[in-house]
Write a protein that binds this ligand. Structure first.
Ligand code: ZN
Length: 503
C-alpha cells in the first residue's frame, strides 16, 4: 500500500466512520435532553453505551496503527500538504489516547452518563445533594480511572484536560486565573460600591413565551445562525450540539425575564455558527472539527457579550424589541436599559452571572475539580466547600444545594476539566476583539445592525480555520500574541467604568 492509498483508507474508513458514529451519539444525547420520555433513561443508557463502544472500536482498531506507520515511514510523507499532515497528527493523537482506555471503561462511562444526569436532575429539583452523591461518586471514580489510564504520572486534572484544551495544564490555568482575579476584583468592587445602581425593573417585565420564541428566531437569524441547518428547542440547561449541516441549539424560557433566554440564544447561536461554518472541504476529517472548547466559548461569548451586551447593539435592537413585544418596553430609554442589562452583581448562578463576575464562578469550579480529582477533597465535603468558596470569592451565601453545587450538569455528564474553557473563552475573545477593531469598524457596524462583516471576520479567522492548529498557535496566528488576560481586563475596565461612572 502506498502513501496515498494508506491516507485515503485511514480517513475514508476509520476517521469518517468514527465521526459519523460520534454524530449519532450526539443526536441520541440531544434527544435524551429534549424529547425522550422520562422512563426511557435505562434504555437510552444502553444505546449510548453501544454507540460509545462502537466509536471506541473504530478509533482503536490496530489497523490504524499500521496505516499510520505506513504513512509516516514513507519518504514522501514530508511532501504532503499541511492539512494532510495535520489530519495524520490528529488521528495519531486520538488513536494513542483512546487506545489507552479499556473498552469496558468506555462502556461504563457512557452507560452512567444518562443515569447520573437523571439523578442530578431529580436532586436539583428537590434541592437535595444526597440524591446525586452516589451517582457522582461513581462518575468521579470512573473518571479518575480514565485519567489514570491516560497518564498515571500526571495529576488527573491534567491527564483529562487535553480533550478540552490541548496544550493546557492546571499550572497554566492557575497562572492565567491569578492574573485574571487580580484584574477582576478591583472592577467588581468599583461597580458594587458605585452610588448609581441599575434599575432592573426595566428588563424584568413579563414577555409571553410565544413572543420570546419569535425573539429567539429573530436574533438567531441576526447573527447568521442558519435555521435550515439548525433548530431551537427547550432544555433545563441551554446547549449546542451537532456539526456542519445539523447544528442544534436549546434555550430555556422564563416569562418574567426575557433576557435569560435572549442571551442563551445569542450564546448558543455563537456556538452554532462556529459549527455551521467549519471548512466544508474538511467534513468527516479531524482537521474539520473546532479548535477547542475554549475557542468554542470564545465564539459563543463573543456573540453573547461583546456584541449582545454592548450599548451599540441595543442602540440598534431596542426599537425592534419594543416593536416585537407590544407595549412592554415602550417607556424604556436606551442608557438605563443598557445599564440594567449589564448589572454587575456577585451572584450564585454561573449562567446568570454578569461579564465581570463570571470568571470567578469558573475559578471556583476549577479549584474544586482539581482537588476533587486528586483526592484532596471528597464528594462528602463538596457542598460545604462550594458554599465556603462562594462566600470567599463572591461574598454570597448559598442557601440550598440547587442554587449551589447542583446548579451545573457537567460533572453528571463526566465532563471534568471542562469548566476552565469558559474563562479561557473570555480571554481569547477580548484578545480577538482588539485585533478585529484594527480591521473593521466594529462598533459602527453593530449600531447599524450590520453584523455580516463581523461574522465573516470570525468565519475567516476562526470557524473556517477549523482544527488546523492547536489553541496556543491559533490565538497567536489570529492576534500575533500568546494568550493574555490583559485584553479582557482592559475591555471590562473600559466598558464598566463608562457604565458605572468610575475611573
Ligand atoms: Zn457555551
Amino acid at each position: 500500500m502506498d502513501l496515498h492509498e494508506a491516507y485515503d483508507t485511514l480517513l475514508g474508513e476509520f476517521v469518517r466512520e468514527y465521526i459519523v458514529l460520534s454524530q449519532i451519539y450526539y443526536i441520541l444525547g440531544w434527544d435524551f435532553e429534549t424529547y425522550m420520555p422520562p422512563k426511557g433513561v435505562k434504555q437510552r443508557s444502553e444505546e449510548l453505551a453501544m454507540m460509545a463502544t462502537l466509536e471506541h472500536d473504530r478509533l482503536t482498531n490496530p489497523k490504524i496503527g499500521e496505516l499510520l506507520k505506513t504513512i509516516k515511514n514513507d519518504p514522501k510523507y514530508f511532501s504532503l500538504d499541511e492539512e494532510k499532515k495535520r489530519n495524520i497528527e490528529l488521528t495519531e493523537r486520538k488513536y494513542k489516547r483512546e487506545s489507552k482506555i479499556p473498552k469496558e471503561l468506555v462502556e461504563k462511562l457512557a452507560k452512567h452518563y444518562p443515569i447520573a444526569t437523571d439523578a442530578w436532575k431529580k436532586a436539583k429539583k428537590e434541592s437535595n445533594y444526597s440524591l446525586f452523591k452516589p451517582a457522582l461518586d461513581k462518575m468521579l471514580e470512573l473518571t479518575k480511572e480514565k485519567a489514570h489510564y491516560l497518564d498515571p504520572n500526571k495529576e488527573p486534572f491534567d491527564a483529562l484536560v487535553d480533550k478540552y484544551e490541548p496544550g493546557m495544564s492546571s499550572a497554566q490555568y492557575t497562572k492565567l486565573f491569578d492574573e485574571l482575579k487580580e484584574g477582576l476584583i478591583p472592577i467588581i468592587k468599583k461597580c458594587v460600591n458605585s452610588p448609581n445602581q441599575p434599575n432592573l425593573s426595566l428588563i424584568k417585565r413579563k414577555v409571553s413565551i410565544p413572543i420570546q420564541k419569535q425573539l429567539s428566531e429573530d436574533i438567531a437569524k441576526l447573527v447568521h445562525y442558519d435555521l435550515e441547518r439548525g433548530r431551537i428547542d427547550e432544555t433545563e440547561h441551554p446547549f449546542t450540539t451537532g456539526y456542519y449541516d445539523d447544528v442544534r441549539i436549546t434555550t430555556h424560557y422564563y416569562e418574567e425575564d426575557f433576557s435569560d433566554s435572549f442571551y442563551s440564544v445569542l450564546h448558543e447561536a455563537g456556538h452554532g455558527i462556529y459549527e455551521q461554518n467549519l471548512e466544508h472541504k474538511y467534513k468527516y476529517q479531524l482537521v474539520g472539527e473546532s479548535a477547542s472548547y475554549g475557542f468554542h466559548e470564545s465564539q459563543s461569548r463573543f456573540i453573547e457579550n461583546l456584541i449582545g451586551r454592548s450599548r451599540e447593539f441595543w442602540e440598534f435592537y431596542l426599537p425592534r424589541l419594543k416593536e416585537m413585544t407590544g407595549n412592554v418596553f415602550s417607556d424604556v430609554e436606551l442608557d438605563p436599559f443598557v445599564y440594567a442589562i449589564n448589572e454587575v452583581k456577585p451572584s450564585k448562578i454561573r449562567i446568570a452571572a454578569d461579564e465581570v463576575t463570571y470568571s470567578l464562578h469558573i475559578i471556583i469550579r476549577f479549584e474544586i475539580e482539581r482537588d476533587l480529582l486528586s483526592g484532596k477533597i471528597t464528594t462528602e465535603q463538596l457542598p460545604e466547600i462550594w458554599n465556603a468558596k462562594y462566600k470567599e470569592y463572591l461574598g454570597v451565601d448559598i442557601e440550598n444545594d440547587s442554587e449551589g453545587v447542583l446548579q451545573d450538569s457537567h460533572w453528571a455528564g463526566g465532563s471534568f476539566s471542562y469548566f476552565p474553557s469558559y474563562a479561557i473563552g473570555n480571554i481569547y475573545n477580548a484578545q480577538m476583539l482588539a485585533k478585529m477593531v484594527e480591521d473593521i469598524p466594529f462598533k459602527e457596524l453593530i449600531k447599524k445592525g450590520e453584523l455580516k462583516s463581523i461574522i465573516d471576520w470570525l468565519i475567516k479567522n476562526v470557524h473556517s480555520v477549523s482544527n488546523l492548529y492547536d489553541p496556543p498557535e491559533l490565538i497567536k496566528r489570529i492576534t500575533g500574541e500568546e494568550i493574555s488576560p490583559k485584553y479582557f481586563i482592559n475591555y471590562l475596565e473600559e466598558k464598566f467604568s463608562k457604565i458605572y461612572g468610575f475611573s
